[in-house]
Write a protein that binds this ligand. Structure first.
Ligand code: UDP
Ligand code: MG
Length: 309
């Protein structure tokens, strides 16, 4: 018999824990038919509500349910990492607890694994039910990433993915602290089948991602999987040097030919503020990379476990 590990990161999701279990177990006949054993790892990402308690209740009924509680909120990326590290299955699948990643897709996903794919990924083709501004920025982000990163990062890709042990081990071998899972999935490669589905709205509770958190997350993605901004800063610097050099030549010649009537301070102020703005911007870009590097070299653990069942 083969073992399928279901990894479910949860943060303040007490309402969804039991529903997810019920929904997942609707696949029972499929599990039986394929002779798949199942283990479910709920990763309680430092929830402040009764999430852990709900999981324990489930565990009393069903030994296949496991709980890993973090000492505080470490973020979904850390939850996924902990899940992959602690799961022992031959196949592993990462799913949201809010049922936005429909468990009913599992049989189809598994079919592709049987066909020989190493992992089966999902992407939503609609963003129905999402604020317009949010979808707009999300689209822009993916368009930008396609241009500046050599790693494939697919628009609308979810973290919902079924993979073989080999792929999971490859992901685990990337021990970086700043984890941008969508990029990591792409970076490790392997034969991936993409399934598409229509966006499903969250059943209960509310999203943990504010617009601000998403913006920071997208910066994370850019800095983690592209060095194009740093190159851009360098190119900008060179262009401004050339411009300054040409201006000096022009001014020297003009002064020699026509003398130097004192004028033009407003334009001078404009130029100074423009250039210092560009400098600060570029410094900020460099700062992003330095600060990420700083966090990486500290080699802090990605998560800390408080309780494990
Ligand atoms: N999540 C988590 N830690 C966090 C934020 C979210 O483990 O700090 C989990 C959350 O419980 C859910 C999944 O990640 O299972 C996706 O979160 P959410 O539904 O809030 O994001 P959205 O679907 O709106 O992008
Ligand atoms: Mg969700």
């Amino acid at each position: 018999m083969k073992l399928l590990s279901v990894i479910v990161p949860c943060y303040n999701e007490e309402e969804s824990v039991a529903d997810f279990y019920t929904e997942l177990m609707k696949n029972k006949s499929f599990f039986d038919e394929k002779e798949l054993e199942v283990e479910i790892l709920y990763i309680d990402d430092g929830s402040k509500d009764g999430t852990a308690g709900e999981v324990k209740k489930l565990r009393e009924r069903d030994e296949r349910v496991h709980l890993i509680s973090f000492s505080r909120n470490f973020g979904k990326e850390a939850g996924i990492y902990a899940g992959l590290q602690n799961a022992v299955g031959d196949y592993l699948v990462v799913m949201d607890v809010d049922l936005q990643d429909p468990p009913s897709l599992l049989p189809e996903m598994f079919r592709y694994i049987e066909e020989g794919y190493d992992s089966v990924a999902t992407r939503r083709v609609t963003r129905k039910g999402e604020p317009i501004l949010r979808s707009f920025f999300a689209r822009m982000f993916y368009r930008l990433m396609r241009k500046i990163s050599s790693t494939e990062i697919v628009d609308g890709a979810r973290d919902y993915r079924l993979m073989t042990r080999q792929v999971a081990d490859a992901i685990l071998s990337m021990k970086e602290y700043n984890r941008f899972t969508k990029g990591i999935y792409g970076w490790v490669g392997f034969q991936t089948k993409w399934l598409e589905f229509e966006n499903v709205e969250r059943k209960k509770g509310e999203t943990k991602w504010s617009f601000w958190k998403l913006l920071l997350y997208s910066l994370e993605g850019i800095v983690s999987f592209s060095t194009a901004p740093a190159t851009f800063a360098a190119v900008m610097g060179v262009l401004f040097c050339i411009l300054a050099f040409l201006l000096i030549v022009v001014i020297v010649i003009r002064t020699a030919l026509f003398g130097d009537p004192v004028a033009g301070w407003p334009s001078l102020v404009c130029i100074i503020s423009l250039i210092s703005g560009v400098q600060l911007f570029c410094l900020g870009i460099v700062g992003q990379y330095v600060s990420k590097t700083y966090l990486e070299v500290k080699e802090r653990p990605i998560y800390i476990v408080k309780e494990k069942l």
